[in-house]
Design a protein around this ligand. Structure first.
Ligand code: NI
Length: 175
């Protein structure tokens, strides 16, 4: 079922989400199914449970090709629950980001270039990955939602933040 995505300004987006304690339950599978339907409907690259008003540490992400991020390499569809992120170096990368909770806007956001992440799938099986590039970016963006952080809070240079249609009509962004 497609759910309504909360937009920036809604206090629920600022909460710290709670860890999932019971895996492989009908409720958890229903939540993940709704999140996938919603992400696909809106052509998102990822979605976090708090964005549909569910304060649990659950994110999904992944796509083969994404109109919102035409340059991005494919990322496998991933369910990530109770995630832990660790940077693998101090190096940061800047690139454009948007968010389904901040429709119509884009900004340049610095993120760790490479990171290790671990967490659980819907069945409670632990897994881990080392990633870089857009995969690393989308994991950091989605997991930020679990701590009440929206990407504009991470923008450092507000001369590179604006409405997507205006940015595309004007000078081409560097990345
Ligand atoms: Ni987002």
């Amino acid at each position: 079922m497609i759910r309504t995505v909360l937009r920036m300004g809604d206090r629920r987006l600022l909460e710290t989400a709670k860890p999932v304690e019971a895996f492989d339950t009908p409720e958890l599978h229903a939540l993940l199914s709704d999140m996938l339907d919603t992400m696909k409907e809106l052509d998102g690259a990822g979605l976090a449970a708090p964005q549909i008003g569910v304060s649990l540490r659950v994110v999904i992400f992944g796509f083969e090709a994404n109109a919102r991020y035409p340059e991005a390499a494919p990322v496998p569809y991933t369910v990530l629950i109770n995630p832990q992120l660790t940077p693998l170096s101090d190096e940061e990368t800047e690139a454009w980001e948007g968010c389904l909770s901040v429709p119509g806007l884009r900004g340049i956001v610095p993120r760790w270039s490479r990171l290790h992440y671990s967490g659980y799938d819907a069945f409670g099986r632990r897994f881990e990955h080392e990633v870089d590039g857009f995969h690393a970016r989308v994991v950091q963006h989605e997991c930020d939602h679990l701590d009440g952080i929206l990407y504009p809070m991470r923008v450092r240079d507000f001369s590179r933040f604006g409405f997507t249609d205006v940015l595309q009509a004007g000078s081409t962004p560097e990345e």
